[in-house]
Design a protein around this ligand. Structure first.
Ligand SMILES: [Zn+2]
Length: 321
């Protein structure tokens, strides 16, 4: 581990109070922008790029079209895909980045990596942490219910991800640099408990509930930053989500795949799923959208898939269905 990443500086202000004089390169998606643009008249936008895919080839291509202008700062308005692309592009352009989440849908707003699709899997490449994040809880409370608090899945995945980490430890399968650390495991469990407690409030758009969900996302991310890997929160549930995405298509929100995957993997791990299910439902994460035959097929290929893509050892590697 050569460095420890930080979290963005967070400003808790309404989007309508933003007054940005520097020339802005806006990275966004059409639905997100249409939902909030009336509150963002304070941005001096000189160029806009819309993101619809998560491959570096696609991002490089978009970026190559903007060389004639001279933006001084990048603003990312939207969800996880937009944040990931904006982190990549702002590194390439060597510009500061401000992210404006329009929903608490993932942890990508505050991580130093961008998820990219390659060979039917999701890989994370190091990019950077946005310098600044503007958290407008009133805007988030108006986001579509299904994505507003869907980022709970990236904290709830501690239940199954940390289980995998311990499981790998017991089997002697954690490689150097990913050794099991009991106090980190305990910290992760405490963050998990915090997020389950706020699920109902966050799911109904309560401002304090959403703030607590954001706090839990930040603590989960910083815990992983400190140790240099994501094993406390990423395991077989994410592997299942990556694998099933190939059948379900790439347009689905992250939580739509990770949410049901948490329940599925938790059952294999012998965890009590009652509270997990209740919390997902409270945050309007759809848990029955993946057809049963697709679930079955994905479970069948999952051990070989996890092996093939070099995913860190977890229960996924051992499933025989
Ligand atoms: Zn995730």
């Amino acid at each position: 581990m050569k460095q420890i990443w930080n979290l963005p500086k967070v400003d808790l202000i309404p989007f309508s109070e933003i007054d940005e004089k520097r020339p802005v390169l806006l990275v966004t998606s059409a639905p997100a922008w249409n939902a909030v643009k009336n509150n963002l008249r304070g941005l001096n936008i000189i160029e806009t790029i819309e993101i619809t895919e998560a491959t570096t080839g696609y991002w490089d291509n978009l970026q190559s079209k903007i060389v004639n202008l001279n933006p001084e700062i990048v603003y990312a308005v939207g969800g996880g895909l937009v944040a990931d692309a904006a982190k990549y592009i702002s590194v390439k352009l060597n510009l500061p980045l401000v992210v404006l989440p329009t929903a608490l849908s993932v942890d990508a707003y505050i991580t130093a990596a961008s998820g990219i699709r390659r060979d039917g899997c999701v890989y994370y490449i190091e990019t950077k942490v946005p310098e600044n994040l503007i958290l407008d809880l009133d805007t988030i409370a108006k986001a579509p219910a299904s994505i507003q608090a869907a980022g709970i899945t990236d904290v709830m995945s501690i239940a199954t991800g940390a289980w995998d980490w311990k499981f790998a430890h017991e089997r002697g399968k954690n490689p150097a640099g990913m050794e099991f650390i009991p106090w980190v495991y305990d910290n992760a469990q405490s963050i998990l408990s915090g997020v389950l407690d706020c699920a109902e409030a966050a799911g109904r758009g309560d401002r304090d509930g959403l703030k607590t969900l954001f706090d839990c996302l930040c603590m989960e991310v910083q815990l992983c930053n400190q140790i240099g890997h994501s094993r406390p929160e990423e395991g077989s549930e994410h592997y299942f989500a990556y694998a099933v995405e190939n059948e379900m298509g790439h347009g689905l929100p992250h939580g739509d795949l990770v949410g049901p995957a948490i329940l599925l993997i938790a059952r294999f791990q012998g965890l009590d799923t009652l509270r997990l299910e209740k919390s997902l439902k409270a945050c309007n994460v759809p848990i029955n959208n993946i057809p049963q035959d697709t679930v079955d097929r994905t479970l069948q290929i999952l051990p070989a898939y996890s092996e093939q893509h070099n995913l860190p050892f977890g229960i996924a590697h051992t499933l025989s269905t």
